[in-house]
Design a protein around this ligand. Structure first.
Ligand SMILES: Nc1ncnc2c1ncn2[C@@H]1O[C@H](COP(=O)(O)OP(=O)(O)OP(=O)(O)O)[C@@H](O)[C@H]1O
Ligand SMILES: [Mg+2]
Length: 257
């Protein structure tokens, strides 16, 4: 069997923000093809870790390898190549409000490829459909869509360059339970059909149980445990127990037992 190196490897990463250490010698590997969630209490550094992986936040020290490139010392040309191979759905979608859904989805193609207008349009529509939107949504502006549809438009844009890696920040936050369930299904389908590796920050317990292969729990400046959800909830660390043993955690766990 050929052993594949991790698609993301975070090693000994430390970062200080606002005078406090948010990460101290944090280690985390993400394997090809898995759906990995990052969880932890508020302020534990989940968003910071995601931003570090995306090179939006530079750690004080440590190593971050993505697609076998060391990002800490990469040239801007290498960073651009790496950025083209990942898609990101930020929490607030960050859709351009003055562009239609189709123009939003097409944006990375216009920025990063030399494809002609007709091909760009076709690829954008394809990804809009793949994201579970009706073709009629293509000519709409973000403000004309529901929250769930806006998330899907954000997904269409995030996958338009056929990335190998997809980052999601709290993708189901603010969605009603039905839309959140449908969004979880979309994530699972995309992972299967596109062979994606997915890294998501979430505190949605339904998503954690239903969608993830592994979950990394952040606390005390590092990853306290990374394991399948069914194992993670048995971890005796007090922070992990406090997080999952709350009333809401118990209710959700019962549904997946
Ligand atoms: N730009 C910044 N300047 C100063 N402190 C920051 C900055 N960004 C984050 N922090 C601090 O770093 C810590 C981790 O923040 P982060 O946003 O990563 O947490 P989080 O786990 O995503 O929390 P939440 O669940 O509330 O989103 C917090 O204490 C936060 O106040
Ligand atoms: Mg956060």
């Amino acid at each position: 069997m050929i052993t594949q190196s991790p698609i993301i490897e975070v090693k000994d990463v430390s970062v200080q923000l606002g005078g406090a250490w948010v990460h101290q010698n944090l280690n985390l590997s993400v394997n090809h093809g898995e759906i990995l969630a990052i969880v932890g209490g508020s302020g534990s550094g989940k968003t910071t870790l995601l931003r570090e992986m995306l090179m939006l936040q530079r750690p004080n020290s440590g190593s971050i390898r993505v697609f076998e490139h060391e990002l800490m010392t990469a040239s801007s040309a290498t960073l651009l190549e790496v950025q083209k191979r990942w898609g990101v759905l930020f929490q607030e979608n960050a859709l351009f409000s003055s562009l239609t859904v189709e123009e939003n989805a097409a944006f990375p193609l216009r920025e990063h490829t030399k494809l002609d207008d007709k091909t760009i349009k076709e690829l954008a529509i394809l990804k809009i459909l793949l994201a579970g939107l009706p073709s009629s949504a293509a000519i709409k502006y973000p403000a004309e869509l529901s929250g769930g549809m806006q998330k899907r438009a954000g997904i269409a844009r995030a996958i338009v360059l056929d990335p190998a890696l997809l980052f999601l920040d709290e993708p189901t936050a603010g969605l009603d339970p039905e839309s959140a369930d449908a969004f979880d299904e979309l994530i699972l389908n995309l992972q299967k059909t596109m062979g994606l590796t997915i890294v998501m920050v979430t505190h949605d317990l339904d998503s954690l149980w239903h969608v993830t292969n592994r979950v990394a729990f952040l606390g005390e400046g590092h990853v306290l445990c990374v394991d399948a959800m069914s194992e993670l909830v048995k971890n005796p660390h007090p922070l992990i127990q406090a997080f999952f043993r709350g009333a809401r955690g118990r209710v959700v766990q019962r549904r997946y037992d």
